[in-house]
Design a protein around this ligand. Structure first.
Ligand code: FES
Ligand SMILES: [Fe+2]
Length: 371
């Protein structure tokens, strides 16, 4: 008997995970010597690049009296708050100057910090590490050290092209993520005459396996109705094409398609902006068609269409979610969604107890659904 989970509430208090890297802004929109605002996990940030082009991120609130630092002056090295002129080093947030102090007042200026976040540029985005717990506005602590580098797209040759896409959605990060890994919405949401119709629906069977902090749809020949696959088939025979899809906490979905020396790789993230708002960022890199005009444009058009269809669907879904309905997840089509919630719970539990994460998936699993 297929087991149908009891209806459960899960949307409204969707937790946002700290202790991870998040995409904050597209790198090409952040220019030197200027200040930009961004919000990640409900934390207001001021971002920019110093005069050498190195990115930085501070909490967008002066530790003195909370003035947004993005309204201050920036000389390429320090930000000067627009209220009383305190100055902060943009990289570590350390206070450099408090203009109101007289020569005989010995307040230790360098013990004051504006909350600063580790920041890296990687694959078209400025990433920010949100430590656990995140720094408050007023602080006396230097920035946290991230445990690792920001995630990167895997590339399989030196020459490649890349592009990114963004879409904001008025739903929690959880709905954004489970919408992304949901295999059953394709025939209904992603219809187009040049793509597929509801009638192309057929039974699928995929193998999954646990990986650290996530799960993998094991390498397989991609389904004949996926976009990059259709393109790759122009280059290689169907059997030589394999695709692998990974999901890893907190929000990373990587898809890798390989066909001999040709490859297509993408890293999609769903970033919590606030409790009921998230943003999907897709960055793709590929070494196909680099010399053929318009192909990147066509690829981008196809992906933009997809992302827009997902965005529109979630916008409508948000209408229904406003009233906090009971929801249910069914097997097998919603099993990845269940794993996501279980992984998240296991991660939080491991953090609480200090023990190793207890992976909810013990071994390879085969899932079946129609799509
Ligand atoms: S609020 Fe920033 S210097 Fe006073
Ligand atoms: Fe979709």
């Amino acid at each position: 008997m297929p087991d149908l989970d009891l209806p459960q509430r899960q949307a409204p208090d969707s937790l946002m995970l700290t202790g991870f890297w998040y995409r904050a802004l597209p790198a090409d929109r952040v220019h030197r010597n200027q200040l930009y605002k961004a919000t990640v996990l409900e934390i207001p940030l001021v971002l920019g690049r110093d005069r050498l082009g190195h990115p930085f991120a501070l909490r967008d609130a002066c530790p003195h009296r909370g003035m947004p630092l993005n309204r201050g002056r920036f000389d390429g090295e320090n930000i000067e708050c627009g209220y009383h002129g305190w100055q902060f080093d943009v990289h570590d947030g350390q206070c450099q100057l408090i203009p109101s102090l007289t020569a005989d007042q010995n307040l230790k200026v360098d013990r004051i910090y504006a909350g600063s976040f580790p920041c890296e540029e990687q694959d078209s985005f400025i990433w920010v590490f949100i430590p656990d717990p995140p720094p408050l506005g007023a602080g006396f602590a230097p920035p946290a050290e991230p445990p690792d580098e920001a995630p990167q797209i895997e590339k399989f040759s030196n020459k490649y092209r890349s592009a990114y896409l963004q879409a904001e959605m008025p739903v929690s990060v959880d709905h954004g993520i489970i919408g992304l890994m949901d295999p059953a919405h394709g025939p209904f949401v992603h219809q187009a005459w040049w793509w597929r119709s509801q009638h192309s629906i057929h039974e699928k069977k995929k193998n999954f396996e646990p990986i650290p902090n996530g799960f993998r749809m094991s390498a397989h020949t991609p389904s004949s109705n996926s976009a990059p696959y259709k393109l790759l088939r122009l280059y290689a025979d169907a059997e030589s094409i394999t695709t692998t899809i990974d999901f890893v906490l907190p929000n990373l979905r990587t898809e890798t398609i390989r066909a001999g020396k040709y490859w297509f790789s993408s890293l999609t993230t769903v970033t919590p902006i606030s409790r009921n708002h998230c943003r999907i960022d897709v960055v793709a890199a590929w070494n196909l068609f680099r010399w053929v005009p318009f192909v990147p444009e066509v690829l981008k058009f196809v992906f933009a269409k997809f992302v827009e269809q997902d965005r529109r669907t979630m916008e409508l879904q948000a209408e229904g979610l406003k009233h906090n309905p009971h929801l249910m997840l069914i097997d097998d089509a919603d099993r990845p969604a269940k794993w996501y919630f279980q992984l998240k719970a296991a991660h939080l539990e491991a953090k609480r107890t200090g023990a190793e994460i207890k992976h909810p998936i013990v071994g390879p699993v085969t899932l079946k659904w129609r799509s």
